[in-house]
Design a binder for this molecule. Structure first.
Ligand code: KG4
Ligand code: ZN
Length: 380
C-alpha cells in the first residue's frame, strides 16, 4: 500500500549515455508521456559513443525534450509532484546535464527530488504498464512483478544477475568479468562490418541464417559470472580464417616467379568482403552462444533462489532470440519490457523513483554524478 497521495506524478530525466529523455509517469506504472531523443546518428560515424559529443547533444536537446514532455499536462509543472534523474552509472559529462537540470527544476518549484541508479531503472521498466502493439508483444501480466525475482540486466555497459528480495533490496549474484553483453554485440558487429549499434544488426543478420558455424561458450562453472571477451576473440579469428581461405581460393598459387611475395599479415583484410551468407552464419552462431549462456545461468539462479519470476532488463533484453529462449526454457513466468522501454528512456527512471519516494527516500541538493555507481540495496 503506497504512502504517497492517490495519484503521484513524477517528471523523470535520463541522460546517462546517448539518449536525451524525459517522461511523466503516474504512480510508478502509468506512462503519461515518454520522450526520447536518440543521438545515435551523431555517434554512428565514429562506430561508438563519443562522450564529448554526447554531453553537447544533451545540452542542445534537453530543454526541448522536457518541454515536449510537459506539454501533455494541461497544467504543466503544476501537476508534477516530484522530480527524478539518473545520477549514475554512465558518462560523467552526460549525467551532469540531466542531473543538474532536474535539481534546478525541483529547487525552483520546491518539489521533492531523488537521484536514481540507471541499472535499477532498467529493472523497473518491468513495472511500467504499456499497451502492447502487434509488433511488440510484451508479456505483460496484469499484476506487478512478485518477489523474490531474478533479474537479468543486459545492456551496453552492464551484464549482471540480480536477486530482488523486495523494492530496494538487491543481491548481485554475478556479473561480467570483461565485456558487457551489449558491448560484445557491438564489437562483433563491427568485426563483421555491420552497423552500430550492433545488437539489432546482428539480430537481423542472424534471422536469415543457415547453421554451419559454432562459436564457444564461456561457462565459468559454479559461478553466476559471465565472460564475453573470449567469444569476441573467437569471432575475430573465425573471420580471419575465413578471409585467408577466400584469399587462397581467389589468388593464384605461388610459382617460382612470385615466390618472394611476403606472407599476408594476420588481421582483417578490408579487401576481402565477407559474404552475406557467412555474415548471417556468424551472427547466428554469436547470438546463440550469448543467449545460451545468459538463459542457462538465469534459469539456474531462478531455481536456486526459488524466484517467483524472471525479469529481463536493458538494451539486450530487446533481443528476440533471448526473449524466446528464456520463455521456452524457464519454469517460472518471464517478463520483459516492450522494445522501446528496454533501451534507455526516462519512464523507467520514474518507475524506480516512485518506489524510492514511497519508501521516504529523497536526495539532497549536493547529490553529484557517480559514473561508476554500483547497484546496492537502499541504505547500504
Ligand atoms: O540499455 P542500453 O540502451 O544502453 C546502456 O545502458 O548500455 O543498451 C544498449 C545496448 C547496445 O549495446 C545494443 O547493441 C544492445 O543494447 N541492443 C541489442 C538489441 N537492441 C539493442 N542487443 C541485442 N539484440 C537487440 N535486439
Ligand atoms: Zn541503459
Amino acid at each position: 500500500m503506497s504512502s504517497l497521495r492517490e495519484t503521484f506524478t513524477i517528471l523523470a530525466i535520463e541522460t546517462s549515455c546517448d539518449e536525451t529523455a524525459a517522461a511523466i509517469v503516474r504512480d510508478g506504472t502509468e506512462i503519461v508521456t515518454n520522450v526520447v531523443a536518440s543521438q545515435i546518428d551523431e555517434h554512428r560515424r565514429y562506430g561508438g559513443i563519443v562522450p564529448e559529443v554526447a554531453s553537447r547533444q544533451h545540452i542542445l536537446t534537453m530543454v526541448p525534450v522536457i518541454e515536449e514532455a510537459l506539454s501533455i499536462l494541461p497544467d504543466g509543472l503544476d501537476s508534477v509532484d516530484a522530480i527524478a534523474a539518473t545520477y549514475g552509472p554512465g558518462l560523467s559529462g552526460a549525467l551532469l546535464t540531466g542531473l543538474n537540470i532536474a535539481k534546478a527544476i525541483a529547487w525552483g518549484r520546491n518539489l521533492p527530488f531523488v537521484g536514481v541508479n540507471h541499472i535499477e531503472a532498467h529493472i523497473y521498466a518491468n513495472w511500467l504498464t504499456t499497451t502492447p502493439t502487434n509488433n511488440d508483444q510484451a508479456t505483460k501480466a496484469p499484476e506487478p512483478p512478485q518477489f523474490p525475482i531474478i533479474a537479468l540486466v543486459v545492456s551496453g555497459g552492464h551484464t549482471m544477475l540480480v536477486l530482488l528480495e523486495d523494492h530496494g533490496r538487491y543481491q548481485i549474484l554475478g556479473q561480467t568479468r570483461d565485456d558487457a553483453a551489449g558491448e560484445a554485440f557491438d564489437k562483433v558487429a563491427r568485426i563483421m562490418g555491420l552497423s552500430f549499434p550492433g545488437g539489432p544488426a546482428i539480430q537481423e543478420a542472424a534471422a536469415n541464417a543457415p547453421g554451419g558455424v559454432t562459436l564457444p561458450r564461456a561457462w565459468l562453472r559454479d559461478t553466476y559470472d559471465f565472460s564475453f571477451s573470449g567469444l569476441k576473440t573467437a569471432a575475430l579469428h573465425h573471420v580471419q580464417n575465413w578471409q585467408e581461405r577466400e584469399a587462397r581460393l581467389t589468388t593464384p598459387q605461388r610459382t617460382p616467379k612470385n615466390d618472394n611475395v611476403p606472407p599476408k599479415a594476420k588481421g582483417i583484410s578490408p579487401h576481402i568482403a565477407l559474404s552475406e551468407r557467412y555474415v548471417a552464419q556468424l551472427a547466428y552462431a554469436f547470438q546463440e552462444s550469448v543467449v545460451d549462456v545468459l538463459v542457462t545461468k538465469t534459469i539456474n539462479a531462478a531455481r536456486a533462489f526459488a524466484a517467483t519470476e524472471i525479469l529481463l532488463a536493458g538494451g539486450v533484453a530487446a533481443n528476440q532470440r533471448l526473449r524466446e529462449e528464456m520463455s521456452r526454457r524457464a519454469s517460472v513466468p518471464v517478463r520483459y519490457p516492450p522494445v522501446s522501454l528496454c533501451t534507455d528512456n526516462a519512464a523507467m527512471v520514474a518507475a524506480a523513483a516512485f518506489y524510492r519516494f514511497d519508501a521516504g527516500l529523497q536526495s539532497g541538493w549536493d547529490l553529484d554524478v557517480q559514473p561508476n555507481l554500483k547497484l546496492a540495496s537502499s541504505g547500504d
